[in-house]
Design a protein around this ligand. Structure first.
Ligand SMILES: Nc1ncnc2c1ncn2[C@@H]1O[C@H](COP(=O)(O)OP(=O)(O)OP(=O)(O)O)[C@@H](O)[C@H]1O
Length: 588
């Protein structure tokens, strides 16, 4: 809290002015009764404490002003310890009061008759003058208080800024830096005194002329000597009376963004090996191999039919590795057209092509830096991108589309496919060199029909998952339904099993999944067709038609269903489409 001692210089000047104007000695004491200023007799007594029982003490505790015309005889002097040796002729005390708080007292003392007369004859004017001087002191206190509060606020603000995990800087409307935090200095590797420097001279990706009155975020790549990093920055305009007064920028490097993302999604995707259901000898072998792979940095190639769990294995490998605290970025190479996949993987610079986003885009490689990049359905990647991918794996650097800076990346690759990559290599559809680069640790996940022992555990897990999701209490599956589930071939593997159970839980009204609750494809399981076979001779075209319908039904929930239907029927996709037309089969 501010007191008179904090404005000592002002108090001394005011004391001198009063003394000069009134031609008497002046002393000013603070709220602790310490003399802050003094003239004449009191010059050498600055810093000394005045007695509480003195006139000053009484003025201070009561907040009252008074004039003692006859010291020693006045009631106020009764309590004073030095009453008997007092050599004063008259005394004036004026409290320095602000909002009922007394900050100190201005005291005038006459040491001779002339001074006393001067005081006594001008009592009213004198008190008026002193009250004004006390008000002047109070206004100084208010000013000092404000600047003290401002200092505290500024200090708090700076501490807040420094504890932020985002780098922050503010500029005035001309682009000159005024405030920044330690993180800003740290991530851009700058000197700590940045005041008044122009932001664009430090961060060339910020063009002050392109900033608007709207909040705006863009990605950036920063390089200084051999230090390079990328991230996202936000420019927030400071608008006062509809005019831009400056901007506050905050910057997040990609790693922090990903960390935030990982923290948010940790529960959703925090798959561990223990979450992968299946204790069959085949699955135990796969888990052991995946566990070993998680402790290595080598590339892993996971193969297996669709829905066998390639992605959850990839996630478990990442989460069990030293990179677990960094990002796991997954990209499905089949789901994105080739031209887009390139910019998704490598990112692009602003203006790289028509339609490119302002500020450019951060690629998955950069996002996965220090973490793991999961390239799902790698068999669907074009030969052109295969070449680019190979180069990155060899050089460990990515260059954005339309960019010129190479960004070093440290990414562990896990690729997955349900295609026969070796066959694709033989047919010239997949680069041999890339195949060997990816296939360092091969992991094959067997189809569910080859490890039916896993079905009971999977059922228990899936029923509990979907009962919760659908808010139903399902206890078990009855024996007949269980037999049907065991009989079925599960070409869609665990994903198909999940779909079937979700459907059955929806249909179930008793708490026990029964035969009737199962979807038709599981109930029929091709048997009705076999029965027909014994009864009558079926024309070949009808057999063909039925087989096509059966295959369409079987793969209807799959990605690339037509490809799977054609594969399972042993015909090309073109033939399949011809036959659909011929038999007037309408499919999705
Ligand atoms: N062993 C398992 N334990 C628990 N859930 C599993 C298991 N295997 C697969 N799943 C579940 O089955 C679904 C499909 O798994 P996932 O996406 O990992 O398969 P995939 O082989 O990558 O499929 P695709 O090749 O079609 O991308 C997911 O919901 C996954 O959680």
């Amino acid at each position: 809290m501010i007191g008179l001692k904090h404005i000592k210089e002002d108090i001394e000047n005011i004391a001198k002015v009063i003394s000069t104007v009134l031609n008497v000695d002046v002393t000013i004491v603070d709220e602790d009764l310490i003399r802050i200023a003094g003239t004449g007799h009191y010059k050498n007594k600055i810093g000394e404490k005045v007695s509480e029982r003195s006139a000053f003490g009484i003025s201070l505790s009561s907040g009252k002003n008074f004039i003692i015309e006859n010291p020693r005889e006045d009631n106020i002097c009764n309590m004073c310890k030095i009453k008997d040796i007092c050599n004063e002729y008259a005394e004036v005390s004026c409290a320095i009061k602000l909002d009922e708080k007394v900050y100190g007292v201005i005291g005038l003392i006459a040491f001779n008759e002339i001074q006393k007369n001067n005081i006594v004859q001008n009592k009213i004017k004198l008190m008026d003058f002193l009250t004004k001087m006390a008000d002047l002191i109070c206004s100084k206190i208010i000013g000092e208080n404000k600047s003290y509060e401002l200092k505290v606020e500024t200090r708090k603000l700076q501490m807040l800024l420094n504890t932020m995990d985002k780098a922050v800087v503010s500029i005035d409307k001309y682009g000159k830096i005024d405030k920044w935090n330690e993180k800003f200095v740290e991530i851009f590797k700058l000197d700590s005194n940045l005041r008044s420097l122009n932001i664009s001279s430090i961060l060339s990706f910020i063009d002050i002329n392109n900033l608007t009155d709207q909040k705006n975020s863009s990605s950036f790549t920063y390089s200084k000597q051999d230090y390079t990093f990328s991230g996202i920055y936000n420019a927030n305009p400071i608008m006062i009376d509809n005019a831009i007064q400056g901007y506050v920028f905050y910057f997040v490097d990609n790693l922090s963004t990903i960390k935030d993302f990982n923290e948010i999604t940790a529960n959703e995707y925090g798959v561990k090996f223990s979450n992968i259901i299946g204790n069959s000898p085949l699955m135990r072998k796969v888990k052991t191999k995946a566990n070993i792979a998680s402790k290595s940095l080598s590339t892993v190639l996971i193969t297996g039919e669709s829905g066998t769990g390639k992605e959850i294995f990839a996630r478990a490998i990442h989460n069990n590795s030293d990179r677990a605290n960094n990002s796991f970025i997954a990209i499905n190479c089949a789901a994105i057209p080739d031209a887009l996949l390139e910019s998704e993987l490598f990112g692009y610079e602003e203006g790289a092509f028509t339609g490119a986003k302002k500020g450019g885009k951060v690629g998955k490689f950069e996002l996965a830096n220090n973490g793991t990049l999961f390239l799902d359905e790698i068999g669907d990647m074009s030969i052109h991108l295969q070449g680019k991918l190979l180069r990155i794996l060899q050089e460990r650097e990515v260059e954005k589309v339309g960019g010129s800076i190479s960004i070093p990346v440290d990414v562990r690759i896990i690729a997955a496919t349900n295609k026969d990559l070796e066959k694709m290599v033989r047919c010239g559809e997949f680069r041999e060199d890339l195949y060997y680069r990816l296939n360092v640790i091969p992991i094959n996940i067997p189809p569910l029909r080859e490890r039916k022992e896993d079905i009971p555990d999977l059922l228990e897990y899936i029923i509990s998952k979907y009962s919760n999701k659908l808010n139903k209490r399902i206890y078990k599956i009855d024996d007949i339904a269980m037999d049907k589930i065991f009989e079925y071939q599960w070409y869609g593997n665990v994903r198909e099993l999940e779909n079937v159970i979700e459907y059955s839980i929806n249909m179930c009204s008793t708490g026990i999944i029964r035969y009737d609750d199962l979807p038709e494809k599981i109930k029929n399981n091709d048997k009705s067709f076999m029965y027909d076979n014994y009864e009558k001779i079926t024309p070949l075209w009808e057999l063909e038609r039925r087989e096509i319908i059966k295959a369409l039904d079987k793969f209807k929930d799959f990605k690339k269903d037509k490809e799977k239907v054609a594969d399972s029927l042993g015909i090309s996709r073109a033939t399949l489409y011809r036959k659909l037309k011929e038999y007037k089969i309408v499919s999705k």
